[in-house]
Design a protein. Structure first.
Lengths: 280, 118
């Protein structure tokens, strides 16, 4: 293996670094490797071990750099903050109803309705995933109007046009599946209603059905989250909440639908929460 | 506690890079050689570690790129040089102050077989 081949391979390895790192330090790093390799050759030291160790050490550096970008970057921190706040607030909101259920129905010989409260929590969690980032961006904008975040390159999810297309496609998928379900479309009926009677079940519902229902429920939530991304980005750069009205309408409609679903469920189960003996 | 020591501690790699740059600007290879020399061969870092640390240091203002020029002691290729900044100098001073206090503490507790004057 010639010197030029080794240098070319190292240059290709450096190309695996994240773009910002590569642009800033790639040339210098390549030069340093060349200097080290030349030193090994001039001092007639064994170079095979050096090359292997350097390539491995650099590969680990690339790994560390990607981890740093992921875990230190704003996107991951914001995502983790949103997930944490959404989980906590959803739990706090259903907690009073859980207490009511436990206290008012303790004399009845009934199982605790885990599925009901999981469903309540999931819906509240979903709506907060959609709305919290917008609220956070609005509050940050109010606090720091003089120092907006510098404009960064758009991704497919933050580009208003592509975000709109993706969220509309997701919503249309849900509408289509709901329409097919209402017509009694056999494949969907089969999937939802015990596709495999021998398969595992949790709280009496087949795991496969649960997964399919979760996937179907997650489509409108994903549509809401994707539609909200350009709005959040606009707020972060000092723009208006109403800069993308169609996106805002999608977010509001999906959030209202989820909140209406939660409210309906609570109203429906209210007799149970207050301890009415035959409430279902 | 002095205001200098309120700066956060440095990782060993960052400390040695700042030490290497404290007496003049250097390119990447020069930094690696100086670190080896300063530590008497006990600390050696590969390009991945060096440049990973340099990235953090450039982002936090401890060092900056100074120039791109030929090293007269090497070949004709132009190399990017790095220099320590005022912030980097303060961070290095704070770290050395921390080490000095630890050495003093170790002396008071008679943990060294010899006495080091600081």
């Amino acid at each position: 293996m010639t010197q030029n081949t080794i240098r070319a391979l190292y240059k290709k390895l450096i190309a695996c670094y994240p773009r910002s790192f590569k642009d800033q330090l790639g040339e210098s790093m390549e030069q340093t490797f060349n200097d080290l390799y030349k030193e090994k050759q001039q001092t007639k030291q064994p170079w095979v071990g050096f090359v292997l160790w350097t390539f491995l050490e650099t590969a680990m550096g690339i790994w560390r750099e990607y981890l740093f970008v992921i875990f230190q970057g704003d996107i991951m921190l914001t995502m983790l903050k949103t997930l944490g706040s959404s989980t906590l607030i959803s739990l706090l909101l259903i907690f009073p109803f859980m207490i009511m259920e436990i206290i008012n129905r303790r004399s009845f010989d009934e199982d605790f309705p885990f599925v009901l409260f999981f469903g309540l929590w999931l819906n509240l969690f979903a709506v907060s995933l959609v709305l919290f980032p917008i609220v956070r961006a609005l509050r940050a904008r109010k606090q720091d109007m003089t120092n907006p975040v510098a404009t960064q390159k758009n991704t497919p999810l933050t580009n208003p046009k592509s975000a709109l297309i993706i969220s509309v496609v997701l919503i249309l998928s849900v509408i289509l599946l709901s329409f097919l379900a209402s017509l009694g479309w056999q494949p969907l009926e089969h999937l939802l209603n015990n596709p495999n009677p021998e398969g595992p079940s949790v709280f009496g519902i087949q795991v496969a059905s649960q997964l399919i229902i979760l996937i179907l429920l997650s489509l409108p939530i994903a549509a809401g989250i994707i539609a909200s991304r350009p709005i959040i980005r606009k707020l972060q750069t000092g723009g208006s909440l109403f800069a993308y009205p169609i996106h805002l309408i999608i977010v509001v409609v999906i959030s209202l639908m989820i909140v209406t679903g939660v409210a309906s469920l609570i109203v429906d189960q209210w007799p149970c929460f207050i301890g009415v003996p035959v409430c279902d | 506690m002095s205001s200098q020591t309120s700066l956060p501690p440095l990782t060993p790699a960052v400390f040695h890079i700042l030490l290497a740059l404290s007496n003049g600007e250097r390119h990447g290879y020069g930094i690696m050689k100086q670190v080896e020399s300063d530590s008497q061969g006990n600390v050696s870092m590969g390009p991945g570690t060096l440049y990973g640390s340099l990235k953090r240091m450039l982002d936090s203002g401890l060092v900056m790129e100074s120039d791109k020029r030929v090293d007269p002691q090497m070949d004709d290729e132009r190399r990017i040089y790095y220099q320590i900044t005022g912030v980097g100098t303060k961070a290095l001073a704070a770290e050395l102050e921390r080490y000095k206090r630890i050495v003093t503490l170790a002396q008071e507790r008679k943990l060294f077989p010899k006495t080091y004057s600081v």
